[in-house]
Design a binder for this molecule. Structure first.
Ligand code: FAD
Ligand code: DHB
Length: 389
């Protein structure tokens, strides 16, 4: 088989890239290890920056998002007794969109299928070959038989555990990592959200986040030990812990119900440099991970896709490689800023096991500064709604 751009990974990065390139007449094949149902079963991000919303429009897949997504013009940060309302609209004239990663991925799958996009599921043993030559190709196994896909370029959109990043020689690759000493326990429940904005809460018992998917579907998270397991958190224990971490006025009106999903995610900051090797480009979680505080994971994947799709379109329209040659540097500049914001917000709102009295005072001073300083709130808002592409 031959295509112009071989895309490894059928998560949001791979699908969005495939759809954007298709709209510009560029042929792609998407190779996904799992089934579509498996990919759609993963409950992940819920907040879309304005830039990703625009890309969904450009990709021609925004209809359901515009109808069902909820625009949020601000958020609440609570720390002990302090409550800070950050008004994104007032500071940036922008909002974020509440629309689940599952729904966005479903819309992209439907669009690719409607346009007879070439999506191959259940691929094993994917190997990237000759990415540093002018004749790159990908080999993979499906139902026991080996296949070869020749292409001009390869997009590694296969997430943190994929093969793409590992295909860049160790002598070329530099990896930066920080592991946080806690995780997030997430619960999805068919209950109305506790508040009409997201609440990021920090208390003596640790961090909690109140989020949502729609008017009847809520997503909540609490900070937990890394060694913890969802079985240790029956629903009533979870709801009780959540109530004790959020402001009383919200805890009092929280509607609880059975969880329909419960899982623990570890928190990690990770960046791989460069994001390009020869004709292989990394996008999204394949190249970088942020801790979820600040909702930057999916959104940063989307900005990579933006830069890469623009570069590839320029190449196929004019033969000019300036934009694809600049891809890694351009994407990394924005990636590091999202890393900074996510690290900062994680450091501000979690209880760390080794936190001493000085560290605690620093958090309190930082929160007081954010509460009292409109410029600090503007900086928060600018980062949260998403830095420009
Ligand atoms: P992925 O979504 O990981 O997609 C990669 C795809 O590649 C997968 O479908 C995988 O099956 C496939 N693949 C892997 N290896 C191969 C291979 N060898 N061959 C072929 N295919 C392969 N972000 C937020 O902003 N907010 C959140 O609340 C949030 N929660 C998260 C919870 C968890 C448990 C995780 C893991 C991530 C979370 N994120 C969150 C991050 C966000 O979901 C990711 O940033 C986003 O999914 C990145 O998209 P991606 O397409 O780059 O990678
Ligand atoms: C959600 C997850 C986040 O990490 C975040 O910062 C905001 C919302 C969510 O799953 O809804």
């Amino acid at each position: 088989m031959r295509t112009q751009v071989a895309i490894i990974g059928g998560g949001p990065s791979g699908l969005l890239l495939s759809q954007l390139l298709h709209r510009q007449g560029i042929d792609t094949v998407v190779l996904e290890r799992k089934t579509k149902e498996y990919v759609l079963g993963r409950i992940r991000a819920g907040v879309l920056e304005a830039g990703l919303v625009d890309q969904m429009r450009t990709a021609g897949v925004s209809e359901r998002m515009e109808a069902e997504g909820i625009l949020h013009r601000g958020t609440v940060i609570s720390y002990g007794d302090a409550q800070i309302n950050i008004d994104f609209q007032a500071h940036t004239s922008k909002s974020v969109m509440i629309y689940g990663q599952t729904e966005l991925t479903r819309d992209l799958y439907e669009a690719r299928e409607a346009m007879s996009g070439n999506l191959v599921f259940g691929v094993n043993k994917v190997e990237i070959k000759d990415a540093d030559t002018n004749a790159p190709h990908v080999t993979y196994e499906i139902n026991g038989s080996m296949h070869r896909l020749d292409c001009d370029y390869i997009a590694g959109c296969d997430g943190f555990h994929g093969v793409s990043r590992q295909s860049i020689p160790k002598t070329v690759r530099h990896e930066y990592e920080k592991i946080y000493p806690f995780g997030w326990l997430g619960v999805l429940s068919e209950t109305p959200p506790v508040h009409d904005e997201l609440i990021y809460a920090s208390s003596d018992l640790g961090f909690a986040l109140c989020s949502m998917r729609n008017a009847q579907l809520s997503r909540y998270y609490i900070q937990c030990d890394l060694s913890d397991s969802p079985e240790n958190w029956p629903d009533d224990v979870f709801w009780d812990a959540l109530k004790r971490r959020i402001p009383e006025e919200h805890a009092d009106v929280l509607i609880t119900g059975p969880s329909i999903e419960k899982s623990i995610a570890p928190l990690r900051s990770f960046v791989c440099e460069p994001m390009q090797w020869g004709r292989l480009f990394l996008c999204g979680d394949a190249a970088h991970i942020v801790p979820p505080t600040g909702a930057k994971g999916l959104n940063t994947a989307a900005s990579d896709v933006h830069y890469l799709s623009q570069g590839l379109v320029q190449f196929y329209q004019s033969g000019e490689t300036a934009a694809i040659d600049a891809y890694s540097a351009k994407a990394l500049e924005r990636v590091w800023k999202a890393e900074r914001f996510s690290w900062w917000m994680t450091s501000l709102l979690h209880r760390f096991p080794d936190q001493n009295a000085f560290d605690f005072r620093m958090q309190q001073a930082e929160v007081a500064f954010l509460r009292d300083n409109p410029n600090a709130q503007a900086v928060f808002a600018e980062n949260y709604v998403g830095l420009p592409y």
